[in-house]
Design a protein around this ligand. Structure first.
Ligand SMILES: O=P(O)(O)OC[C@H]1O[C@](O)(CO)[C@@H](O)[C@@H]1O
Length: 397
């Protein structure tokens, strides 16, 4: 267990309001009111759960739509942890009225409860999202992406690194073919990037320790691993620490089991992908690549509230890569910042150099140039914030 934090409220470096789920027509509200019920139905259909689990899923469906947030059951081993993480303040309140980061995170914890994920018995440890995660690895697109590595292997190392960085950034949103084209045609890549400090990031790969805080499994984790392999192989970093979630979370977030699935997928592939998989496998066995699953990785709180042991871990790294939208929200704080708020200010608390690699899938954004924001708003109103069509690489040294 990580140490309890004193307060569930994120710090307010810029005094920007915390994002709640209570605004009709807002993105957070649509996640709570539409995506969560749809997800419960999807999970319900994906497994032959028994009557008790079905009843619990139906109860969660009803509760999350019209009820108040309830504490975990008496037997839950992390009951106190969730109380300390903000439950004492939020239990008994409607799901829509508390910080969106908190309600969204707690929904996933409740979903695992409903399917008996933590209860001793036959369903203990059965990941309700596994069928969706595995399906992603087993597609013709995944095959094509891995085959594209053979061509990439013939390019200069710097070009490979740039393509693999873009691959890791875009995750499952674009195939490696796109990434190769993007590396060759800077303008194509740049037009989608609302901030691009990739060069500064690459200057931080100086032979030390790299921390990667993973986001999604499947077709995002595979390119993350390929990037790690490239950096280890070229001695751009000496060791890598991959932070994953201790239990299934936000549907596709990577756990240790997902890392193993991704590695098995790579080692079974022919050509450059297979070679990369075997190198990663031995990097894990000799300790150059370590996997961590800290309880705080599933906390409903910003990283500003991280416990001391995790802070020490990040402090030892030459650079920490925060992958994805959820990690971004936790890194800068899930707040309605003006988009031009400096990234360095919102991440000043972080105990070492930190970079965000994120496609934009929620309202929060900082660090934009005023002209970039104006152009985005003129072209799309505010849709660019949540559509997943834009991305950013931001760095604080
Ligand atoms: O997988 P990612 O990039 O962390 O995205 C997670 C995002 O998806 C949502 O759960 C719903 O779109 C957001 O609220 C959240 O920030």
């Amino acid at each position: 267990m990580s140490e309890p934090v004193a307060s569930a409220e994120p710090p307010a470096p810029a005094g920007a309001p915390v994002i709640l789920g209570d605004v009709p027509g807002s993105f957070p509200r649509s996640v709570l009111a539409e995506r969560h019920p749809a997800l419960i139905r999807k999970v319900r259909d994906a497994f032959p759960y028994g009557p008790e689990q079905r009843r619990a899923l139906d109860a969660l469906l009803k509760n999350s739509a019209e009820g108040v947030i309830e504490p975990l059951g008496e037997r839950a081993r992390d009951r106190e942890q969730w109380e300390a993480w903000g439950g004492r303040e939020y239990f008994g309140r409607p799901w829509f009225d508390v910080p969106f980061l908190w309600s969204e995170s707690y929904f996933y914890r409740q979903l695992l409860d409903a399917v008996g994920y933590f209860d001793p018995g036959p369903w203990q440890g059965i990941d309700p999202f596994r069928p969706f995660k595995l399906a992603e690895l087993d597609t013709p697109e995944a095959d094509e992406e891995l085959t594209a590595l053979d061509e990439l292997a013939g390019r200069p190392m710097a070009e490979q690194e740039e393509a693999l960085l873009l691959g890791s950034l875009w995750g499952n949103r674009a195939d490696l073919g796109f990434r190769l084209a993007a590396a060759a045609d800077e303008t194509a890549a740049d037009s989608q990037l609302v901030a691009n400090e990739g060069e500064m990031l690459r200057s931080l790969f100086t032979g030390g320790t790299l921390c990667v805080v993973a986001d999604n499994s499947g077709r995002e984790l595979v390119p993350d691993l390929l990037l790690i392999d490239h950096l280890l192989r070229g001695r751009r970093v000496e060791r890598a620490v991959l932070h994953v979630k201790p239990y299934p979370y936000y549907v596709s977030d990577a756990t240790t089991a997902d890392v193993i699935d991704a590695l098995r997928r790579l080692t079974a592939a022919p050509g450059a992908a297979g070679a990369s998989g075997h190198r990663l496998w031995s990097a894990m066995t000799d300790g150059r690549l370590t996997v961590r699953a800290h309880p705080f990785s599933c906390a409903p709180l910003p990283y500003a509230d991280m416990p001391d042991d995790l802070r020490r871990d990040f402090a030892e790294a030459d650079v920490t890569l925060m992958k994805g939208d959820l990690n971004y929200r936790r890194l800068v704080g899930d707040r309605r910042y003006p988009a031009t708020t400096p990234f360095a200010g919102t991440t000043a608390y972080f105990p070492g150099p930190v970079a965000a690699l994120r496609t934009l899938k929620s309202d929060v954004v900082v660090g934009l140039d005023p002209r970039t924001e104006t152009a985005l708003v003129a072209a799309e109103d505010q849709r660019w914030r949540t559509g997943g069509t834009h991305a950013l690489i931001q760095v604080r040294r």
